[in-house]
Design a protein around this ligand. Structure first.
Ligand SMILES: NC(=O)c1ccc[n+]([C@@H]2O[C@H](COP(=O)([O-])OP(=O)(O)OC[C@H]3O[C@@H](n4cnc5c(N)ncnc54)[C@H](OP(=O)(O)O)[C@@H]3O)[C@@H](O)[C@H]2O)c1
Length: 277
């Protein structure tokens, strides 16, 4: 059985590739740029672009299962082609925000479009819906490297960020085992920790002091406005403010699916210490 991994060169997909190989699966990896993808030995690398479905038919040949990253505009066409070629199971990299997209931005669906395309195609499906990734802390890497400081609003906002390898583990289990078909898995990390605690963990991992400088929401808005849209800033500030009052619930999905505990933030900082030095 060949499993096609899209987004194979990305931070989550690369873990899916490694974990499938470890489990002894036959893996085909899709990338737009095979020479830059840096994929491990033992993987069949194919070129293709999810945004251009006409590039994909040969990638689907003899594939039974697929890990699908979200490219909403073409998702329905891509899944239809995949099904025609014999793909029977699709595991979607979605988001915890999928069910709320309608509520926050009418007509602005993204992940939900992909989920619906897969459900509508009549294939076996699992939706992996991570909460925010621990990887988002890399946003602080530049100011930590340059000035040993993190500037952010709502230092006491607690959130159960999830390690990218844990997201991949849930996806890998869903690709390999039959017990996950038709499930929508919200995946969190094992603990909710505040931004101040995150900075402390990064500090411990790199062995250097890092200062947390709390911004007012207005200061954050000014700082972020050069690279974020107003609506993205609104959502980010709202999530942070809510997370001070009521941290997002830690879910046991990861443990239930994999049988072991999820990776902690401290583990993530150890895995990524080099990014902050
Ligand atoms: N729900 C969430 O919270 C959440 C979290 C993380 C990621 N995502 C989404 O899921 C995707 C993967 O996440 P990641 O963090 O692993 O990615 P990443 O590290 O940012 O890398 C992006 C990956 O997506 C692939 N890709 C992008 N556009 C593509 C296209 N048109 N056709 C084929 N491959 C394409 C890239 O492949 P090549 O460059 O090799 O072609 C690369 O492997 C991203 O699109 C991201 O936006 C969602």
């Amino acid at each position: 059985m060949t499993i096609l991994v899209t987004g194979a060169s990305g931070s989550i997909g690369r873990h899916v590739v490694d974990q499938l190989l470890q489990a002894g699966a036959r893996v085909r990896a899709l990338t737009r740029n095979p020479t830059a993808a840096n994929l491990p030995d033992g993987v069949e690398v194919v070129q293709g672009d999810l945004a251009r479905p006409e590039t994909l038919p040969s990638a689907f040949e003899n594939v039974e299962r697929m890990f699908l990253i979200p490219v909403p505009a073409t998702a329905a066409e891509v899944v239809e082609l995949a099904k025609k070629a014999g793909v029977r199971r699709v595991v979607v990299l979605s988001s915890v925000s999928a069910p709320y997209e309608e509520m926050y931005q009418p007509g602005g669906q993204y992940f939900l479009l992909v989920e619906r395309a897969v459900e509508g195609a009549g294939v076996e499906w699992t939706h992996v819906r991570p909460v925010g990734l621990m990887l988002s802390s890399l946003f602080w890497a530049e100011s930590i490297r340059a000035e040993r400081v993190v500037r952010a609003p709502y230092g006491n906002a607690g959130y159960p960020h999830v390690h990218e390898a844990d997201v991949a583990e849930v996806a890998t289990a869903s690709l390999l085992d039959d017990g996950h078909v038709g499930k929508r898995y919200t995946v969190t990390g094992p603990e909710a920790i505040t931004q101040v605690e995150q900075v402390r963990a990064i500090s411990a991992a790199i062995g250097r002091d890092i200062r947390f400088e709390e911004l007012t929401p207005e200061q954050a808005r000014r700082l972020w406005s050069s690279f974020m849209s107003v609506s993205d800033i609104d959502v980010e500030l709202m999530v942070l403010e809510e997370s001070v009052k009521k941290p997002t619930k830690v879910r046991r999905t990861f443990e239930q699916v994999t049988g072991h505990s999820g990776r902690t933030y401290a583990q993530w900082t150890a895995d990524h210490a080099q990014d902050f030095r």
